[in-house]
Design a protein around this ligand. Structure first.
Ligand code: C5P
Length: 301
């Protein structure tokens, strides 16, 4: 949504969370990152970004955050996204961002990455598309491995460290419940534990699942038939130390999910359900910290 007020361009954007329908860690790379094969999916749980763009004011970035005690300076990915965008375009403006947080933090739902991607998209619109889409994607990849996915949105098969995307058109929307306890897992720590668990991958390629079966089922609109192929290589590493996440996963299955797994490096878990009402009933059963969601499509038309 764009409003041209007398003295500012105002853009509002949702920043959608993601879940990983498939996540395998294939190898540890020389640069310290891990080679991934993952199917990422945008879901309707979202933060909100409100951005004011004032090119006639002295260049500066201002960030206000409601709903979570997060830093509002260069430690925040939103702040860094705005700085990088302005630097790349060579434009000068006062950029004021208000972020309303609803996505749980450090949960494996890419909340921070999605906020950064929404900031890039809002600035792109406000500045009259001052960069090409490719340049925008490159900026996103510099900000973090999940930011390119969050920029593109929808359903994507992601490779490399997560930044190489291949769109996967979903034949039908999915309905899910995302559940989060009080445990926290930092992403670098989860990857470190992964290295220990698989002994640094010693050059061998891990294959934990059947991605092709799942990808075909998603393309054809019958994911329940491939329920056993939903997979997350972090589970044996993270779940043993996260009893709440384990119990939430079990409760999702008891509540009727046809499959339930961790998202990303955890500790959030999600269950897939046959329809919206089944997902809503399950979320109500699980109570606080459970969200009924549906899948969301791509950001670019
Ligand atoms: O790219 P991003 O800054 O989000 O990554 C955070 C950390 O997660 C990295 O420093 C790295 O430790 C780990 N990571 C990884 N392999 C990936 C993505 C992230 O090892 N593919």
């Amino acid at each position: 949504m764009i409003h041209r007020a007398q003295d500012a361009v105002r853009i509002m954007r949702p920043a959608y969370a993601k879940i990983n329908l498939y996540l395998d860690v294939l190898s540890c790379r020389a640069d310290g990152y891990h080679e991934l094969l993952t199917v990422m999916q945008s879901i309707s749980l979202h933060d909100d970004i409100i951005l004011y763009y004032e090119p006639w004011r002295q260049g500066e970035i201002r960030l206000r955050i409601y709903g979570a005690p997060l830093p509002t300076d260069g430690r925040n990915l939103v702040y860094r996204a705005a700085g990088k965008y302005m630097e790349a375009t060579g434009q000068s403006a006062r950029v004021s961002v208000t972020l309303r947080k609803k996505i749980p933090i450090a949960a494996g739902l890419a909340g921070g990455s999605s906020d950064a991607a929404a900031t890039l998209l809002a600035l792109w619109e406000a500045s009259g598309h001052a960069l090409s889409r490719t340049q925008l994607m490159e900026l996103a990849a510099e900000l973090g491995s999940d930011v390119p996915f969050c920029l593109a949105g929808g359903t994507q098969i992601c490779r490399g460290r997560g930044e190489i995307l291949e769109p996967l058109p979903l034949a039908a929307p999915l309905y899910a419940v995302v559940a989060i306890g009080r445990e926290h897992v930092s992403t670098p720590e989860a990857f470190r534990r992964m290295d220990q668990y698989y002994h640094g991958f010693d050059g061998s390629v891990m294959h934990g699942g059947a991605p092709d079966v799942l990808i075909d089922a998603l393309r054809q609109g019958h994911p329940a038939s491939a329920a056993e192929t939903v997979y997350n290589a972090f589970e044996p590493v993270i779940l043993p130390t996260c009893p709440q996440a384990r119990s939430l996963r079990d409760r999702l299955l008891e509540a009727g999910a046809y499959t339930a797994h961790m998202s990303g490096s955890g500790p959030s878990v999600f269950g897939l359900f046959d329809g919206e009402s089944a997902a809503r009933r399950a979320a109500a059963l699980l109570g606080r910290g459970a969200y009924a969601v549906r899948t969301v499509g791509e950001n670019f038309p």
